[in-house]
Ligand binder design. Sequence first.
Ligand code: TA6
Length: 301
Amino acid sequence: MTDSFTNSLSFSLPNSVTIVDKANNYPIIYINNDYAQAEIAINGAHVMHYQPKGQAPVLWLSEAAVFEKGHAIRGGIPLCWPWFGDHSNNPELPAHGFARNDSFELISITSNAQGETLIKLHLSNNTFNQAYWQEAFTLAVDITVGETLSVAMTMQNNSHSELPFSSALHSYFTISDVDNIVVKGLDQTAYFDKVKSFETGTQQGDILIDREIDRVYMPSNSPVSIIDKGLKRTLMITKSGSQSTVVWNPWIDKATAMSDFHNSGYRTMVCIETANALDDTIVLGRGESHTILTNISLEKH
Ligand code: TA6
């Protein structure tokens, strides 16, 4: 039986794709192609699961995640837009903007000649986001599920003046345990340490996760990798349209304080976020657009 959402589409789905409500009016795109299984919530255009064939899941998802409109899913790849972190002028506004909580329009789902699944979703001004942002915009999200997971977010300024946008593809990665991994690729990179009131520092060598870490590394446009001895694999994150990379693990106290973050979850996750954060804010003139892209792949040891 096809879901009512599927029946409402103006296009037919590839055989490797179904769409089913996970909760009331909360459709999820389920993909099972030759390369991987993946799950994408249409709400928030949120990739919540990506698991290459024969591998453990690549993206981490909290056991306490909440699936309801207006609440960001804890895990996967939340879209932080049109601002990253707290709003610079109004702390009342939702952290990380509204895109991750908003209802996107599903534009197309196709398979390419290589058997990858391509998903396109759009967001523009609506009654929900008008409360937070009154400027005209479009936000296009293009997701490719294959041997590599690719997520591209294209923001367009349709207003009559230039506008600043900060953003992040806030990727949560599954690891075997914080004791088993190192993060490579940011050696000698400057960072702002949000745990120490944005104190600056320079990364010395690989990053070990042995306490709360919340750092914005910049300028950072090189590949970052998570070497996981426990899962005997390396996760590789490459990107474009981004000069800042955020590394985050809440550790015990912050994880316990978040109701949608299961308490021991901090041990099996780390965020490596492809961002336009802090001084890497993008200023777009009238009609201009910018794309931020992250590519995620893995190598077995
Ligand atoms: O990207 C790291 C961060 O900005 C942390 O400071 C923490 O707030 C995290 O994002 C999660 O934010 P959220 O609003 O999803 O709980």
